[in-house]
Write a protein that binds this ligand. Structure first.
Ligand code: ADP
Ligand code: MG
Length: 189
C-alpha cells in the first residue's frame, strides 16, 4: 500500500524554521488531506534539497495513517514501468493499477528529461487519474520548463492543463537543507 516509503519522513521531523518562505499553517492544513478527498493535485516546487520529497512523503505518511491508499514513485520509474507495460501489451492494466491509490506521489519531475514517448505515457496516466484521484508532484523546474522535461511543449501543455486545473502550488523559495552546513558555498540570495 505504501509503495516504497523506504525512509520515513514526518511533518514532526520537518524544521519549518529552516524554511521561512514556507507557511507552516498551510502545510498543516494540507495534512488534513481534504485535497486528497477532492482529487486535487498538490505541487511542491523548489531547488534541490529544499524539502520537497520530505514533505511529499510526510503527507503520504499522514494519508496512510488515516487509512487512505498511497503509492510513491519517481517520475522516471513510473514512465519506465509504463513503457515496459506498453511493450508487453499490458498498458491498460498498468494504468488501472496506478489509478487505484487514492494518493499517487510522483517525485523528481525535472531532474532528467523523460525517455522518448515518456511524456505521452505520463499524460495517459494523468488523464486517467484526472478528477478521480489525488496526486502530489515534486519538481525542481518551473512549469514553463516542462516542455524540456517531457519532450515537447504540446505534451507539456496538455499535462499542465490537467495538472493545474484543481491544483495547489507550494513554491519553496529556500536553500538546500543538505548544504545547510556549507552556507559559504551557497550563491548569495
Ligand atoms: P528535495 O526533494 O527538495 O531535493 P529533500 O526533501 O530530499 O529535498 O530534502 C533533503 C534532505 O534534507 C532530506 O534528508 C530531508 O529529510 C532533509 N530536509 C530538507 N528540508 C528539511 C527541513 N526543513 N527540516 C528537516 N529536514 C529537512
Ligand atoms: Mg527530492
Amino acid at each position: 500500500k505504501m509503495g516504497r516509503l523506504l525512509t520515513v519522513k514526518t511533518l514532526a521531523g520537518f524544521d519549518f524554521s529552516f524554511q521561512p518562505s514556507l507557511d507552516r499553517d498551510r502545510i498543516m492544513a494540507l495534512a488534513e488531506l481534504d485535497f486528497v478527498d477532492r482529487h486535487e493535485v498538490l505541487h511542491f516546487l523548489g531547488q534541490p534539497g529544499c524539502g520537497k520529497t520530505h514533505l511529499a512523503l510526510a503527507l503520504g505518511v499522514e494519508a496512510v495513517k488515516t487509512g487512505r491508499s498511497v503509492y510513491f514513485s519517481t517520475l522516471a520509474d513510473i514512465v519506465s514501468s509504463l513503457a515496459k507495460a506498453e511493450r508487453e501489451g499490458s498498458l491498460r492494466e498498468r494504468l488501472r493499477f496506478l489509478c487505484r491509490p487514492q494518493l499517487l506521489i510522483v517525485d523528481e519531475i525535472g531532474y532528467l528529461p523523460v525517455i522518448p514517448g515518456g511524456g505521452n505515457l505520463f499524460f495517459q496516466l494523468v488523464n486517467a487519474r484526472y478528477e478521480r484521484g489525488a496526486m502530489i508532484l515534486t519538481s525542481n523546474r518551473g512549469f514553463s520548463e516542462w516542455g524540456d522535461v517531457f519532450g515537447g511543449t504540446v505534451v507539456a501543455t496538455a499535462l499542465l492543463d490537467r495538472l493545474l486545473h484543481h491544483a495547489v502550488v507550494v513554491q519553496i523559495e529556500g536553500a538546500s537543507y543538505r548544504l545547510r552546513r556549507h552556507a559559504e558555498l551557497m550563491p548569495e540570495s
